[in-house]
Design a protein around this ligand. Structure first.
Ligand code: AMP
Length: 302
């Protein structure tokens, strides 16, 4: 098992879907990621929250043995995101983003973090992503996620960060936006020229597609009857993906394929309830059972 460092948002989310709503619930890319990855490996989190952040949320992560030495409690308010989904749960509409304490956050990585071989730059300002990337001393795999907010607002910084990562995990609309190309395969190929060797495109209920120079791999999403809130699905996917690879300590072809299935498994749980509520009830046995169900889903005799 190898350590996994993540930098990203830790947030209070206000979310409305056709099936319900939550106000100032626990959220954030690094939160979903850490919780998910903690089923597989030792996670060390880099980020910041304000003094208003409820301490029970931190206890939840501590309970999963997530290292919070790199989480600063800053003067001011926690990052807040307000979003809404229509019946097409694949697309979040952002109503409000308040960076708050993230606006002038300067990450200083604890010594224990710097030599971790796996690094995930979860969704946050690409300037922070690059700053953390450069503080790491011996990474085997660096992956990055981002969203429209940063593709529009900080494109040049994002391109600089992309040039220094091995893998990009991104959703389909954002892959198209980043590449300026409507065809997803062409968009992914164009992004490969920006730095990453591997791209994993998350397609919500349509599954996940991996592309590299010489490989294409696809996993469907698990067919669920009850989907309540897709918030965090992408980050939970990334947590399963990176968490599994860290647990194996290697990044070969077979491990990457299994990691994409584990990512899909973890994401399939998150969407079954609001915030991290389904993840909180999750057991390692649930994870293994659904991994088996995924296998059955796509097995075919040739
Ligand atoms: P996703 O996995 O894409 O559904 O990510 C949802 C999470 O991203 C939410 O919990 C939000 O708190 C967080 N988020 C939304 N907008 C941003 C942003 N601009 N930067 C960082 N995190 C964000």
């Amino acid at each position: 098992m190898a350590d996994l460092v993540v930098v990203g948002s830790v947030a209070l989310d206000t979310v409305t879907t056709p099936f319900g709503a939550v106000t100032e619930a626990l959220g954030g890319a690094a939160t979903y990621f850490s919780y998910s990855a903690s089923f597989f490996t030792q996670v060390r989190l880099v980020g910041t929250v304000g003094e208003d952040f409820p301490s029970e949320h931190l206890d939840l992560l501590r309970h999963r043995h997530v290292d919070l030495a790199g989480l600063q409690i800053s003067k001011g308010r926690t990052f807040r995101w307000t979003g809404e989904y229509g019946y097409d749960l694949n697309e979040a509409k952002t109503l409000d983003t308040q960076l708050n304490v993230f606006a002038d956050f300067k990450p200083a990585l604890p010594e224990a973090y710097k030599a971790a071989p796996f690094l995930f730059l979860a969704n946050i300002d690409p300037v922070l992503q690059l700053d953390v990337r450069r503080q790491m001393t011996r990474t085997d795999l660096v992956a990055l996620d981002t969203m429209n907010f940063w593709i529009q607002g900080k494109r040049d910084d994002l391109l600089r960060a992309l040039a220094e990562v091995d893998a990009l995990l991104i959703n389909d609309a954002e892959a198209r936006q980043l590449a300026g190309e409507p065809n997803l395969v062409k968009a992914a190929r164009a992004i490969l020229r920006l730095g990453p060797r591997t791209i994993v495109v998350k397609r919500g209920e349509y599954g996940a597609l991996m592309l590299s120079e010489d490989e294409v791999f696809f996993v469907p999403a698990y067919p669920l009857e009850s989907v309540f809130d897709p918030t965090g699905a992408g980050d939970t996917f990334a947590g399963g993906f990176m968490g599994y690879l860290s647990s194996q300590g290697k990044v070969d072809r077979q491990s990457v394929r299994r990691a994409i299935v584990y990512g899909s498994v973890m994401a399939s749980f998150t969407v079954e309830d609001f915030s991290l509520d389904r993840l909180k009830r999750l057991t390692p046995e649930d994870v293994q059972r659904r991994y088996g169900a995924f296998h059955d889903l796509v097995r075919v005799d040739l």
